[in-house]
Design a protein around this ligand. Structure first.
Ligand code: INI
Length: 162
């Protein structure tokens, strides 16, 4: 039996892209610092991390597709905060962000990590961006490292059906 498991060790010289939403920046800035801190503390050089600001979570998919398809990055980390408002607008944004994120990963074969909070309240978002429920940006960064490491171990795949 061969068992594969990603280690929290970035492949040498691996580059990571972090896409962060400007919408709800009071939360996403904390996700960003959690993510970059986790990358650096796991041995990724600061110069190997590129940060790209997106207007909102909705727009992140097209950026993720561009970055993941360029061949430069071992993984792309998407950070955003969708918070329920008075209408169901947030629901469409969260759903499209999740779908677009998955599409970018599947089309390119590059892990696109979904670090987008989907919260009912501002308090929930604060809790998940460095307060009592941890920092989901840091979790997303460790998932990116784990996936980059795992994909480096797995046997090559064939051509993907699109
Ligand atoms: N964008 C977010 O990232 N989070 C939100 O909670 C949010 N809400 O609720 O409106 C939000 N809206 C902006 C959206 O991502 C797009 O930028 C906008 O719709 C223009 O396409």
């Amino acid at each position: 039996m061969t068992e594969y498991q990603g280690k929290l060790v970035a492949p040498p010289k691996a580059k990571f892209a972090v896409i962060v939403s400007r919408f709800n920046e009071f939360v996403t800035a904390k996700l960003l610092s959690g993510a970059t801190d986790a990358l650096v503390r796991h041995g990724v050089a600061e110069g190997d991390v590129d940060v790209v600001w997106s207007p909102g979570s909705f727009e992140m998919s097209v950026i993720a597709l561009r970055l993941a398809g360029g061949g430069r990055y071992a993984a792309v980390i998407c950070l955003g905060a969708v918070i329920r408002g008075g209408t169901d607008h947030h629901h469409y944004i969260a759903a499209e962000a999740a779908k677009g994120n998955a599409t970018a990963a599947l089309r390119t074969g590059v892990p696109c990590i979904f670090g987008v909070l989907t919260c009912d309240t501002i308090e929930q978002a604060i809790e998940r961006s460095g307060a009592k429920a941890g920092n989901k940006g840091a979790e997303a960064a460790t998932a990116a490292i784990e996936m980059a490491n795992l994909l480096g171990q797995l046997p090559p795949g064939g051509k993907q059906a699109t």
